[in-house]
Design a protein around this ligand. Structure first.
Ligand SMILES: C[S@@+](CC[C@H](N)C(=O)[O-])C[C@H]1O[C@@H](n2cnc3c(N)ncnc32)[C@H](O)[C@@H]1O
Length: 309
């Protein structure tokens, strides 16, 4: 799946349109996701929450990311577009909030928002500058953080795919705009369109991370997970397994299924048009040197939005 992805470089929503033959009506279960908002009692089943209850394992499983470099990229965007020093940021669907934690360590106020209490507890326990770290258990579709507006917000690694309707996406943008100062920056990272439309696999869907005493296997998606071409939603199976290295004993073994929506670039532009934001830059990775194009270096869609003055 697009989502949680490692460059083939981790793929979440890569149910390939070219493998969907002919027209078929969306299954009733998917129609439900296309029209309904995520409500409190559906969050558990709709957002891989059993998987995310393992915050420590999640962080270790994604240890291939260069968090400092990603944060420097985000800070550079803020400086370029506002010419001001960043004083406060917001990480949406933050998981273990590694980016917010990095900012808190720089004594920049960092707000970390997620549905998952285990993730927020784990993140808070790692922070050495707690006065600068502000966890919020909230839904990214409709929220208000209890603070002054922040300068920069981000929603990374295709967590945006958990927003499965256009109405929810629009209320999400309105919530983010309320949390941002005028001229503030919102950075969204999602899947590269070629992953889905051009049959080019830009991400790996399964990988193993070896720790000193155990190994973690992560598998995003299953060959049976096909995209519904009408709703652009795929019911994605995510497997998390932890094996003890000395005797192979399985310590954690779970597979859970939840809906993730594919957002295509033109769709995002249409959704942003008429919102409190305009698109000021795009990239093909969390890297100012990588353009959003069809070259091999471009493997993500990164949109830089600026809240209108
Ligand atoms: C892929 S993980 C976290 C990724 C994190 N952005 C990162 O870069 O590591 C996705 C997170 O989104 C959270 N999530 C899913 N739907 C959400 C929603 N509607 N509001 C807030 N958090 C949500 C999950 O609980 C999970 O922690």
């Amino acid at each position: 799946m697009s989502l949680l992805a490692k460059p083939v470089v981790v793929l979440i929503l890569n149910a390939n349109l070219s493998r969907v033959y002919g027209f078929r009506a969306p299954a009733p279960s998917l129609l439900r996701y296309s029209y309904e908002f995520l409500t409190e009692n559906k969050m558990e089943e709709d957002t891989h929450q059993r998987f995310y209850n393992h915050a420590w394992l999640y962080e270790k499983a994604f240890n291939w990311r260069d968090i400092e470099k990603e944060c420097q990229f985000l800070s550079q965007l803020y400086t370029t577009h506002t010419s001001k020093p960043l004083r406060a940021m917001l990480e949406l669907a933050c998981g273990p909030a590694e980016h917010a934690r990095w900012y808190a360590a720089q004594q920049i106020h960092a707000h970390a928002l997620d549905l998952n209490q285990d993730m927020l507890d784990y993140a808070s326990a790692q922070v050495k500058t707690p006065d600068y770290f502000h966890p919020h258990k909230m839904n990214m579709c409709t929220f208000d953080i209890p603070s002054e507006p922040v300068g920069m917000a981000c929603c990374l690694i295709d967590s945006i795919a958990y927003i499965t309707t256009h109405d929810a996406f629009r209320t999400h943008l309105e919530s983010v705009a309320r949390a941002l100062e005028d001229g503030g920056i919102y950075v969204i990272e999602t899947v590269h369109p070629k992953d889905t439309l051009c049959d080019v696999q830009t991400t790996e869907t399964s990988w193993t991370v070896e720790l000193s005493e155990s190994a973690i296997d992560v598998i995003f998606g299953h060959p049976n997970n096909k995209i519904d071409p009408i709703s652009q939603i795929t019911m994605i199976d995510v497997t998390l397994r932890q094996r003890r290295l000395c005797d192979g004993k399985i310590l954690v073994d779970l597979t859970e299924r939840a809906p993730l929506k594919l957002y295509l670039y033109q769709e995002l532009l249409a959704l942003i048009h008429g919102s409190p934001f305009c698109v000021v830059e795009t990239f093909g990775a969390l890297d100012t040197e990588v353009a959003l194009d069809s070259s091999t270096h471009a493997w993500r869609t990164v949109l830089v939005l600026q809240k209108r003055y």
